[in-house]
Design a protein around this ligand. Structure first.
Ligand SMILES: *Cc1c(COP(=O)(O)O)cnc(C)c1O
Length: 392
């Protein structure tokens, strides 16, 4: 690890300079790389010497992106994937075999839930959920066959937190890898590996891109585990395209300044809307009313860019609010420069049963706000006029 600050590495690490002496890294649109001679090709394939072979394995753009993300997360090793879901699936699939067991936090991204409930059972891998609100439920869920403990903190969309240092103490003692989806916090706010986690996965589509342009993902962490994921990904093919890697690598250069602004505006929005008569509650880890505010203060350096609103009057009132928005976009993405409002119950989490949604506190009146980089007054103004209209 270099002695520079990680956010400087996120700007200064660069793929090897070519004869053109470029200042900004070029885009390497090449599917394969040349061998100097017979011996060179043989040695590369035999893993006797490092070097580029084929872009499903490595590419200067994906390598640069991963070098920067490793610096930010403090990770020994890493691989890039085509999407966040490719990272979720590759990390878990590389760790489990038929007959194994996975414990996961209940509140996970919608497609992650589908992997756990519909896909892994096809290969006889069982998954049990534990609840962030009852940490001991993680311990009770462990079995002798548990091979992965998987958590999302803060969770999407309910903003529940899990004490990573505490959980890592338990998984480490049993030799079970702890995998953390760090998408909501980003390494600028939270570094799970330093707290004892073994692998961090990312949907780079969100804050890492930060401008709603490309899909991407990554797995970073302990070398031996990343090696397993690398083997799985090399041969099953969820490779990140060089173009998307180029975009994401550029985006990491501005992650710190963007996150500072997302967090500041989210805090202002949460404080302003707290107590609005159209709302039952404002959920934000930075508000003292958040049940895990104390944990958020120690585990995260800031509280993130997502604010959740529980609109009074359920679905009917919620529809009035979203249909009254003038600037904020209705969309399923998050982590964009533009403020995005999502109604999880009818979109991202529509495939969960009513009971499953209730257990992760996704009611019909829940709105997820991904606070963007517009002037905070304009964000607050748009949401306030929409909420005022709902009670008027
Ligand atoms: C979006 C998201 C994913 C999936 O990422 P994609 O890039 O859309 O495949 C996984 N986890 C969380 C928390 C997410 O928000």
């Amino acid at each position: 690890m270099s002695e520079r600050h990680p956010e400087t590495d996120a700007i200064r690490l660069q793929a090897p300079i070519t004869a053109a002496r470029e200042h900004s890294v070029p885009l390497y649109l090449t599917s394969s790389f040349r061998f100097d001679d017979y011996e060179h090709g043989r040695a590369l394939f035999g893993e006797e010497q490092p070097g580029l072979i084929y872009s499903r394995y490595d590419n200067p753009n994906t390598d640069e992106f991963i070098a920067k993300l490793r610096a930010l997360e403090g990770a020994e090793a890493g691989i890039a994937t085509a999407s966040g879901m490719a990272a979720v699936f590759s990390s878990i699939a590389s760790l489990v075999s038929a007959g194994d067991h996975v414990v996961s936090s209940r509140a996970v991204f919608g497609s992650t839930h589908q992997i756990f409930t519909r896909i892994l059972p096809k290969w006889n891998v069982a998954v049990d959920y534990a609840d962030a609100s009852d940490p001991e439920s993680f311990v009770r869920a462990l079995r002798p066959t548990t091979r992965v403990v998987y958590v999302e903190t803060p969770s999407n969309p309910g903003l529940e937190l899990i004490d990573l240092a505490w959980l890592a103490g338990i998984t480490r003692a049993r030799g079970i890898p702890l995998v953390v989806d760090n998408c909501f916090a980003t390494p600028h706010l939270q570094r799970p590996l330093a707290l004892g986690a073994d692998l961090v996965i990312h949907s780079a589509t969100k804050y890492i891109d930060g401008q709603g342009r490309t899909l991407g993902g990554a797995i970073v962490g302990a070398k031996a585990l990343v090696q397993e994921a690398r083997f799985f990904a090399r041969h099953t093919g969820p490779a990140l395209s060089p173009f998307n890697a180029w975009v994401l690598s550029k985006s990491l250069e501005t992650l710190a300044v963007r996150m500072d602004r997302h967090c500041a505006s989210a805090m202002t929005l949460a404080r302003t809307l707290d107590g609005h008569p159209a709302l039952e509650a404002v959920r934000y880890p930075g508000l003292p009313t958040h049940p895990q505010h104390a944990l958020a203060r120690t585990q995260m350096s800031q509280f993130g860019g997502i604010v959740c609103l529980d609109v009074r009057g359920g679905l009917a009132q919620c529809r009035r609010v979203v249909d009254a928005l003038r600037m904020c976009t209705l969309s399923a993405n998050l982590g964009d420069t533009r403020t995005i409002v999502t109604h999880p119950a009818s979109t991202t989490h529509a495939r969960l049963t009513e009971d499953e949604r209730q257990r992760v506190r996704i009611g019909p009146g829940l709105l997820r706000i991904s606070v963007g980089l517009e002037h905070p007054d304009d964000i607050i103004g748009d949401l306030t006029q929409a909420l005022d209209g709902a009670i008027g």
